[in-house]
Design a protein around this ligand. Structure first.
Ligand code: TUI
Length: 315
């Protein structure tokens, strides 16, 4: 049995958070992960305040276990979402793609435990100072919006920089990844890409099939020229985006217009031509659909085995 202080802090059996993936992480996935003993997280990114409220209430009907909400700080609805989570008495928040400082006093006042995703030491220290109870150090192997450092270098540096617990994210899809994260000093993990193919994940079958078929070389990072690097599966959309962003005369607005709606088209419509299928580098490792429970039990069974065998290397 692998238990860390993360389990007590968040009232969960296994020290694993499910990534709050935009257009993916709904009540169905979050409740399944929470019921399996992890921390399910509802994406706040693609919802306005009222849509998020409905999703939170739906999740409460599907699980009595703790779950959280992710507040994506670049969302056009971020102010509403930040307010709705307080009104709905959400107890755990993760934040992504920016600085949640503006919202922290109100969230802490409401007794919410806040866990920002960080991609640098400076930001991890700032999050700790502002009252975060843990941070998620997310390396650039991740799908979606990414920072510059990768998990192997980022996690130990963040662990040394803060006193609060650290969860590792980016490139973790099985028990070996969990074991490695613990060895780097993390007390838990956040997993996104593997949960894309959970049976309870409601995305299009096209999306799931693409993840299952992906090889280790099938992701690409676009948007670096906009200062908004995003990792996704190689598709006609990503190739077109890549081409456009290197055109000398294209404006930021034109590119953003081209990208608008692409996450929804991938996740909800399975539009293989015009959708943007976010996924991390670990997609190549993922071979089958399973329930969230099967995934989590398998991951922690493997982690226990590899950690238990680690002393073979110590003479
Ligand atoms: O947020 C994510 N991943 C995401 S959000 C998303 S939705 C979207 N993305 C791009 C365009 C349109 C929609 C898809 N994937 N991960 C969390 C994350 N946060 N990764 C990196 C960071 C991060 C980076 C810099 C957090 C803080 C930061 O700096 C804050 C500061 O102000 O210094």
């Amino acid at each position: 049995m692998i238990r860390t202080p993360i389990c007590e802090l968040f009232g969960i059996k296994y020290p694993i958070f499910q990534g709050g993936m935009a257009w993916v992480a709904d009540a169905s996935l979050a409740a399944a992960v929470s019921n399996a003993g992890g921390l399910g997280i509802i994406a706040g990114m693609n919802s306005n305040g009222e849509q998020l409220r409905a999703e939170i209430r739906k999740c409460r009907e599907m699980t009595s276990k703790p779950f959280g909400v992710n507040v994506m700080l670049m969302s056009p609805f971020v102010d509403e979402v930040a307010h709705t989570v307080v009104e709905e008495h959400v107890s755990i928040l993760t934040t992504g793609a920016g600085n949640p400082g503006k919202y922290m006093p109100a969230w802490l006042e409401a007794g919410i435990r806040v866990v920002p995703v960080v991609a640098s030491i400076g930001f991890a220290r700032l999050a700790e100072k502002r009252g975060a109870c843990a941070v998620i150090a997310e390396g650039a192997e991740s799908g979606g919006h990414i920072g510059k450092l990768h998990t192997m270098a980022l996690v130990p540096q963040i662990c040394d920089a803060v006193k609060i617990p650290v969860l590792a994210a980016g490139g973790i899809g099985d028990g070996r990844g969990v074991a490695a994260a613990l060895m780097l000093g993390a007390q838990g993990v956040q997993v996104g890409t593997r949960f894309l193919v959970a049976k309870e994940c409601t995305i299009s079958q096209t999306y799931k099939d693409k993840v299952i078929k992906a090889s280790e070389l099938d992701t690409v990072v676009t948007g670096e020229s906009l200062g908004d690097a995003v990792r996704s599966l190689k598709t006609p959309f990503s190739r077109e985006f890549e081409k456009k962003e290197h055109e000398a005369d294209i404006s930021r607005e034109e590119l953003e217009k081209f990208g608008a709606g692409a996450l929804r088209r991938a996740a909800r419509e399975g539009d293989a031509q015009n959708g943007c299928f976010l996924a991390g580098e670990i997609a190549g490792l993922i071979k089958k659909e399973q329930s969230a429970k099967e995934m989590i039990e398998e991951i922690f069974g493997e982690a226990e085995k590899v950690l238990g065998g680690a002393d073979q290397w110590v003479k």
